[in-house]
Design a binder for this molecule. Structure first.
Ligand code: NAD
Length: 452
């Protein structure tokens, strides 16, 4: 077990950097101190904010661990007739505000601690945007690209069957994440509905997941929602950081759902995409990249590599490209100390979850680079998921304009809450967003109390 790295700081208060893992709660709940562990980093950020807010101690210890950690193993028949055993997780972090809510990831690197971290982030996110959901997350350790469509369907159905006793339309509501999509949600919903005693109420059982295809109750606007939310937040915050969205230069890491939608919406608003990095390489074009054409290229070729007349550049050259805003929208922990030192941007708008390590945070703090944290910037996806759930529950459908307007209201209010806390506590935006989220959860515990 590694010990705390004293030189790696996280949040700042009054400009003074604090060290990692200072909270006594780590010892009390039996958590180790390991500065490379994503879950421990996330708990540390949460506890730092909790201490500044003077959140009651009992709420701090409750939030330091998830309520439930479910781990399952299940066999799936492959196309060649052999069977493979898969491992899946569902972590239910907190449901004091409403049913557990969070995506399910299919990826070879899914690990329990990462899922726990993402579940805690969901609790913070739903509270910050004030939707009546708690936080959860799940995953299956697999490479969805190496599975045939039928194998993917069987993995999806067997996984949801294995956790069907632990989820429900008013208890725990999964959604898509990296490696899953609307089709996988349709298989999830169909399997859950078939297995539950809901023959006369089948449509209501479909509410167990969001991010469904529109044909079976999905919401208009869900596909672009996270990117739209990144843009809504940026528009609200950019002016006071001295940035005008129209005409600004930006770069993106990842051109999947979040990265491509963020880029396309910003492109339509007159911002200029100058560099993109994804798993197939990095491209740069100072005159600006056509965001729609790039989306078409990625749909056809699987990545940005080989796009049009853009110049192929190295990863380091990508990071060193001068921009106003950089949008990380790929995987966790990509921006470490070195990348943070290379980056030439005024603002980082975190489309991905936890893309910046605490060491990266410290470099950004020192260099005066602002971060719009993930729990604020990428909360648009779960917000429109909530709209989908409300539409299903009340048997109505909203048009696209209604969805966009309601999303914008939630994002703008969440951004304002964050700015307010930033002023009140004189801290960085990440800590401020956590404080705004925790204040809401603290109030709920204060009125509900803790059973018995
Ligand atoms: P996606 O699978 O659609 O896209 C992932 C992107 O990451 C791809 O463009 C891929 O090329 C890129 N990528 C993968 N490995 C890479 C590497 N080593 N270097 C550079 N790029 C790499 O996933 P998504 O749904 O867009 O999610 C991206 C991030 O946003 C994740 O952190 C996810 O948890 C978060 N997020 C997604 C949503 C949503 O609604 N989809 C909501 C909130 C947060």
């Amino acid at each position: 077990m590694a010990t705390a790295t004293a030189s790696v700081g996280s949040a700042t208060k009054n400009g003074v950097r604090r060290e990692l893992f200072k909270s006594p709660v780590f010892d009390e709940v039996g958590l180790p101190r390991d500065s490379d562990n994503l879950y421990l980093q996330t708990v540390d950020t949460m506890l730092t904010a909790a201490e500044m807010l003077e959140l009651p101690h009992e709420v701090q210890i409750i939030l330091a661990q998830p309520k439930n950690e479910i781990m399952v193993h299940f066999p799936v028949r492959m196309d060649d007739g052999t069977f493979k055993l898969f491992k899946g997780y569902r972590v239910q972090h907190n449901n004091s505000l409403g049913p557990y809510k969070g995506g399910i990831r299919f990826h070879p690197d899914v690990h329990l601690d990462d899922v726990k971290s993402l579940a805690l982030l969901m609790t913070m996110k739903t509270s910050l945007v004030r939707i009546p959901f708690g936080g959860g997350k799940g995953g299956v350790k697999c490479d969805p690209h190496a599975l045939s469509r039928n194998e993917l369907m069987r993995v999806s159905r067997r996984f949801i069957a294995a956790i069907s006793h632990a989820i429900g339309p008013d208890y725990d509501i999964p959604a898509p994440d990296v490696g899953t999509n609307a089709q996988v949600m349709a298989w999830f919903a169909d399997t859950y509905e078939s297995l539950t005693d809901s023959n006369r109420n089948s449509w209501d059982a479909m509410r167990v997941v969001t991010g469904k295809p529109v044909e079976i109750g999905g919401s208009l606007g869900r596909e672009k929602a996270t990117g739209q939310g990144v843009v809504d937040t940026l528009v609200e915050i950019a002016p006071e950081l001295g940035i005008k969205v129209e005409g600004m230069r930006f770069s993106v890491i990842g051109y999947g759902n979040v990265g491509s939608w963020t880029a396309r919406i910003l492109g339509r608003m007159g911002a200029k995409l100058v560099a993109v990095l994804d798993h197939t390489g990095a491209i740069r074009e100072d005159k600006g990249i056509d965001t729609e054409e790039l989306a078409g290229h990625v749909a056809k070729h699987g990545g940005v590599g080989g796009f049009g007349s853009a110049t192929k550049v190295s990863t380091e050259e990508f990071y060193r490209t001068k921009v106003d805003v950089l949008v990380p929208a790929a995987l966790e922990q990509m921006i470490k100390e070195q990348e943070a030192g290379w980056i030439d941007a005024k603002v980082i708008a975190e489309g991905a979850n936890a893309p910046t390590t605490p060491a990266g945070d410290r470099v950004f703090n020192e260099r005066g680079i602002e971060i719009i944290p993930a729990i604020l910037a990428n909360a648009g996806g779960v917000t429109v998921s909530y709209f989908e759930w409300v539409q299903n529950k009340s048997c109505v459908t909203w048009d696209a304009e209604e969805v966009d307007q309601a999303l914008n209201r939630h994002m703008v209010m969440a951004a304002r809450r964050t700015k307010l806390m930033r002023q009140r506590f004189n801290c960085d935006m990440r800590t401020a967003a956590y404080i705004a989220a925790l204040e809401n959860i603290g109030k709920v515990y204060a009125v509900r109390g803790i059973f018995p």
